[in-house]
Design a protein around this ligand. Structure first.
Ligand SMILES: [Zn+2]
Length: 462
């Protein structure tokens, strides 16, 4: 499959797509309705006013058959060319932006794919001013960017701009890149040193890595912003405004997104393997994907020495408060809110209904981690669960379901955890007291003050 992209005019991508049909008859062509990382229908097709189809010089009929799919009647097995434009003004870590300052593309927004062609290799030609720099995890073989499949292509964001700050380093045979648009002062030695420590720690902690290269792509934008999206070989992060001190957010976000290399990109919930971009895909394990990653993302900052223990306790309390202050008495369990992610998982929801898979999920990960550490005097932890999950499911051949996670956790804990799952994951009861008692055994006091709200502190040794 061959794609050619250029900027036709401000805010518009001009796209040509050529492919060889494998049969005559009706061929269905689709655009993703969602993207991995945000489990909600986004209907990118709304940004395409029209599509023209050609075989040779001959214009052929293309018809809309669903919100995000079209059909062509193929009369002969000759290459088909589709020509269309895409309105690229979505300024977030999962969107696309085309203007005089930058060309920023998440191909999942805008590249069509014939049904059944998802594993075919792709070449992409992208036209931008010669003096501009570019950054992407895609392989570049002048003049094309190359992906081994449509799946890899739509998992690889692309940035081009007059100036891209670029840093590279190596760890465990993996080439790392930090590449970004924005004020040069943001891309300082302290940030790079922290990124190096975070990835070094996570690689050692997991013990095995599925990647050969990884790009931290960063856009420091003028508007207030905090958003990151995970990919297998990269992460796209958007942070703003330009004049704010965003170091703390940039290390926290990078640590979170990098752990997704394992926790979703390669250790995949079964319903998401493979990704079906044209369909809503429910999965009850969203709390494992985001909750464990939220908890560990912060914990890695402390463990790798990037932040102090005191700073870590402050972050941990922040996450704990985000659950208890907002969703403490919500009706749903974590599993139910995971299933409902597509309904109301992001943004505001009906009061008293949902729990956050991120923050309550992080509390479960914390509780589980501490319980295991306490039973085995620190010799075992959540690490053993994640390493075993990786060993059994990290090959993208079979996905896991919630009961797989439960049984691996019980194997590590060497005892049933039925009561824990019932209360913390499958139930909706208040977790303040159960969490406080687990924390207490690890030397931390979680208390509630009428004036200050929840407080977390170390219990002094007596
Ligand atoms: Zn995440």
């Amino acid at each position: 499959m061959k794609y050619t992209l250029s900027m036709a005019k401000e805010n518009w991508l001009q796209i040509e797509f050529e492919f060889q049909p494998t049969k005559v008859g009706r061929v269905k062509i689709g655009l993703p309705i969602w993207r991995p990382g945000r489990y909600q229908v986004q209907n990118f097709a709304k940004n395409i006013p029209e599509i023209k189809a050609f075989q040779g010089d001959k214009k052929i009929l293309i018809q809309k058959v669903e919100l995000s799919s079209w059909e062509i009647e193929v009369l002969e097995q000759a290459p088909i060319k589709l020509v269309y434009s895409y309105y690229a003004v979505q300024r977030d870590a999962g969107g696309s932006v085309a203007n005089g300052q930058m060309l920023y593309i998440n191909f999942i927004n805008c590249l069509l794919c014939p049904k059944g062609f998802e594993n075919q290799d792709c070449t992409v030609a992208i036209k931008f001013p010669k003096a501009w720099k570019f950054a992407t995890s895609l392989t570049y073989k002048n003049p094309f960017f190359i992906a081994s499949s449509y799946r890899e292509l739509v998992d690889s964001p692309f940035l081009a701009a007059p100036q891209i700050h670029s840093f590279t380093w190596k760890n465990s045979g993996i080439n790392f890149f930090l590449e970004g648009i924005g004020p040069a002062t943001i891309f300082n030695e302290k940030l790079i040193a922290s990124y190096q420590k975070i990835v070094a720690y996570q690689l050692a902690w997991m013990g095995a890595s599925p990647i050969k290269k990884y790009h931290f792509l960063l856009w420091i934008c003028p508007e207030p912003f905090y958003h990151g999206v995970e990919h297998t070989q990269s992460t796209m992060m958007v942070m703003g405004p330009e004049d704010r001190e965003c170091y703390d957010d940039l290390i926290g976000l990078a640590s979170h997104e990098f752990f997704h290399v394992w926790n979703i990109a390669t250790i995949r919930p079964k319903p998401l393997l493979p990704y079906r971009y044209g369909e809503i895909t429910y999965f009850e394990t969203a709390w494992i994907v985001e909750g464990v990653t939220t908890y560990l993302g912060d914990w890695f900052l402390k463990a790798s020495g990037v932040i102090s223990e005191e700073e870590y306790l402050h972050l941990l309390l922040g996450n704990i408060k985000l659950h208890f202050d907002r969703d403490r008495f919500s009706a749903q369990s974590l599993t139910e809110s995971s299933m409902d992610l597509w309904l109301d998982g992001y943004g505001p929801s009906t009061p008293g209904k949902r729990v956050s898979i991120y923050f309550k999920g992080a509390i479960v990960a914390l509780g589980l981690d501490l319980m295991i550490q306490q039973k085995f005097n620190g010799a075992r932890s959540l690490k053993d669960i994640m390493q075993r999950l990786n060993a059994r499911f990290g090959n993208l051949k079979s996905g896991y379901v919630q009961s797989d996670f439960f049984s691996i956790a019980e194997e590590v804990y060497e005892a049933p955890l039925t009561d824990f799952w019932d209360l913390w994951v499958l139930g909706s009861g208040d977790l303040l007291e159960p969490l406080a008692s687990i924390l207490r055994l690890s030397g931390l006091a979680l208390s509630e003050s009428p004036t200050l709200g929840l407080q977390l502190s170390k219990i002094a040794n007596t």
